[in-house]
Write a protein of this length. Structure first.
Length: 290
């Protein structure tokens, strides 16, 4: 999406951290920005910190009704939304065998179901726009490369990567562009915020996670947001912002390709043209239903 000025953006998780910084960078480009967050106390502070540049809506990304109310109110206030930034997220966990199912489920609902609900609601509206629209999903390098002790977070971000790769195919050739962002560490209050939200919704009390220092040494959110907005303007689908992961990413993908190996050794070769034809029919049915 090259022309941002004058358009309306809706940024989830905008009460602080990465969401707030992306909202500020979009406002600098001349966008009219709504920040949305479940943390209404921090949302008010964020509007003050923006110097009144942002509108704000309460949003629980896990709740479809909440999405509808927040989007309707944002569109009434600032006009049709051309850009959705899904940045709301939580993390935390323990090794499988010692983790809490309630937290695991909540992490999936916020990080994976949330972006789906937003896109599911906004895509039909964005298709009606005469101009370009864009969806930005903030995943993580943990969405490509799983690290032990973070199964809930890894699984949720892998799901978000899967959702976004699907959108890329479904929206190809439409007026809606997509970007998938893979942050490494960014200096935010992610861990404390996540622990407070988890404590609110489960019986799991906040406790030190051991990763606070890693985030404290991370990239400044403003610098991160600058890279994201530059990527969106350039029409990039994959937006990487952090070095240091090359060898792990290569090992992750090379390992799979090495296991797949020479496909002529398989008895049953699948004809992908048939698969593509069947998928084309589902896409046509979806277009007729929309
Ligand atoms: N900070 C990092 O190092 C880092 C690294 C990789 C990925 N990320 C991702 O970046 C995104 C932003 O994280 P951040 O670092 O800015 O942390 P943050 O805690 O500042 O921002 C996340 C926001 O999401 C909000 N939120 C949580 N649950 C919600 C819900 N149900 N509905 C609406 N809002 C909700 C929180 O209140 C918070 O304001 C997250 O998706 C996170 O997974 C962050």
């Amino acid at each position: 999406m090259t022309k941002l000025a004058g358009r309306a953006a809706f940024v989830t998780g905008g009460a602080g951290g990465i969401g707030f910084a992306i909202a500020a960078a979009l406002a600098d480009e001349g966008m009219r920005v709504t920040i949305a967050d479940v943390a209404t106390d921090r949302l008010g502070d964020a509007v003050s910190r923006s110097g009144g540049r942002f509108a704000a809506q309460r949003l629980d990304v896990t709740d479809e009704t909440s999405w509808r109310e927040a989007i309707d109110a944002a569109e009434q206030a600032l006009g049709a939304i051309s850009m959705l930034v899904n940045s709301a997220g939580i993390g935390g966990g323990a090794a499988v065998g010692a983790d809490a199912p309630a937290r695991w489920k909540l992490v999936q609902e916020v990080n994976a179901l949330g972006p789906f609900l937003g896109a599911n609601l906004l895509i039909p509206r964005m298709r009606e726009l005469e101009s370009a629209a864009h969806i930005v999903n903030v995943a993580s390098l943990a969405g490509l490369c799983a690290t032990p002790s973070m199964s809930a977070y890894n699984a949720s971000k892998y799901a978000l990567v899967g959702l976004t790769d699907t959108l890329r195919g479904e929206l190809a050739g439409s007026n809606i562009g997509v970007s998938l962002v893979y942050p490494g560490t960014v200096r935010t209050d992610f861990i404390a915020n996540a622990q407070n939200i988890i404590a609110d919704r489960t019986n799991i009390a906040p406790r030190p996670s051991g990763t606070e220092n890693l985030l404290a040494k991370g990239m400044a959110p403003e610098e991160f947001a600058r890279l994201v907005v530059a990527g969106v303007k350039a029409g990039d689908y994959h937006i990487f912002t952090h070095g240091g992961w090359g060898a792990r990413l290569a090992a992750h993908f090379d390992d799979r390709m090495a296991a797949y190996g020479d496909e002529s050794r398989f008895e049953g070769g699948q004809d992908l043209t048939e698969l593509d034809r069947a998928i084309g029919a589902i896409m046509d049915q979806s277009a007729n239903r929309a």
